[in-house]
Ligand binder design. Sequence first.
Ligand code: ADP
Length: 587
Amino acid sequence: MSLGIRSRLFLLAALMIVAVVGAAGVYIERSVERSLRSQLELELFRHAKSTGVLLENAVASGYDATADRAAAATRSEIWVFTLDGRPVGSSALAPLELEQLAQPSDAPEVRQAIDAERGVDVRADADGVLQMHVAVKVAAPGGAVVARSSAPVLTVGRTLFELRLAVLLCGVAGLVVAGGLLIAMGSQVERALQPVVSSAAAAKKADSKGAESVDDDDGPQSLRTVAVDLERTMGTLSSERDRFEAVLQSLEQAVLVLSADDRVVTANRAAYSLFSLPEGTVGRRLLEAVRVPRLKALADAASEGGTHHDHFDLPSGQHIDVRATKHVDEGVVIVATDVTEVRHLERVRRDFVANVSHELRTPISVIRANAETLLDGALEDAKAARMFVEATHRHADRLGRIVSDLLDISRIEAGRYALHPSTMNLADVVDEVLDLVQSKAAEKDIQLAVSIDHALDIHADRKAMEHILINLVSNAFKYTAEQGEVQVTAQASSPDTVRIEVLDNGPGIDPAHRERIFERFFRVDPGRSRDMGGTGLGLSIVKNLVEAQGGDVGVDPRSPKGSVFWFTLPAGGSGPLEEGAQEGRSS
Ligand code: ADP
């Protein structure tokens, strides 16, 4: 059986009233009883004392008459005992009856009075009526006696009965008032909750799409529906929050959310790493967390409204691009992107364009100047004309080489240099390449030696392999003095890798330049390189082609003089590249 809210409240109030009134009743009853008894005791004590005064003037034979007189005056029962407990006066017994009482009294109050001047006892008499006895030792002409005054405790009981009745009436009155209040309050609360209940009922009706009829008065049921809906909404909100958190954390951009009072509310993983944020950053002021005044200035500007943008270096050296926007909660959202790498690439591209322009400008202006000189009359002078045309031819040739090298680089970097790796015999490829460049060695009387095990196979693209070897061997011829020596050697550096070396006894390369000579247009001696028809792109092409095939490239000094240019490639049959077309890798 389920009770309504009002009945439950009333029951609760009734229980409380019964408990409080009951406890108060018991407490009051006890203290009233205690006070009434001590009042009765005091009264009986006075009676006994007054009896003592009367006894002072009585002779021993007149004790009984004195007891009667005292009883009449005090309206209580008076007895007189000798100190050995023998009754010698009683208002309750006739003198004859008294004389027959030979037994000394063993009543506790009489014993106490004999021993300690005064005694009190409460006990039921033969008729079952509760009596209080107060005995006092008093002086009498025939020696000390004990005067005892007794009265029924009845009056206390009556008073207590009245008290209980009053308490009960109070309780009942309390219950009536509580009931009335509950009824009044109940209607008020009901009126206040009516709109909530109605809208909850309407929501429930809409939810069930009329499938089940809803009673508008079904308040508790509607409220339960609201509770369920609320729980569902909370669940949706919390999973939304988790999703947002996951997205935020997985962003590559650093995100910092600031509150209106400039404190960090949220920071994602990228922000912790980019700004090297310490533990416990959330809750700190922006400048305490990130000691970068420009970031703080940007956040301040954004807090005035709108989106603000800036880019600058962090103390760590990273360059960041930052956007700060004021959000709806009056705080600011900062989104920072690390653009260090992008800027580096931009710089490389700018340098490259500048280098290319510079490289092209020289041959073009020489060709133009030669053509102008020829047109201005040098054509008429056959000897001079030949000289100018030869120079023009040389520079046009150089221009062609630069353009061709640039095209190769851009094709490799754009992944359009198709690689078709296959297993081939290394000694065969080297021999073929050396046949092509042999004449250059002969021109400078350079001794060329090849030492390659005929069993060595490599897994590479044949065209790329020839390109690499031609560049390295040509450089060796170019930079080695007349009658120098150039060697090409190869060995398996591991079961899967073959290392090919081109050694010369030229000027060698300063350690400071060893890293950079593989960069585009880098030359140790630009003038000399140009004079020898170099483009400054050969080693860059070598590096791109070797790396596109999964190898490494480098240069070591040769003792006592010269350089060792080396590169590695996958050994035949074990290369990482499969047969078939592979795209060149950009560096
Ligand atoms: P270049 O067309 O100028 O030879 P490379 O890219 O082939 O361009 O070489 C870059 C620079 O490396 C050269 O300018 C030269 O200074 C240096 N270099 C290349 N090969 C050798 C070598 N075998 N001995 C000494 N220096 C070399």
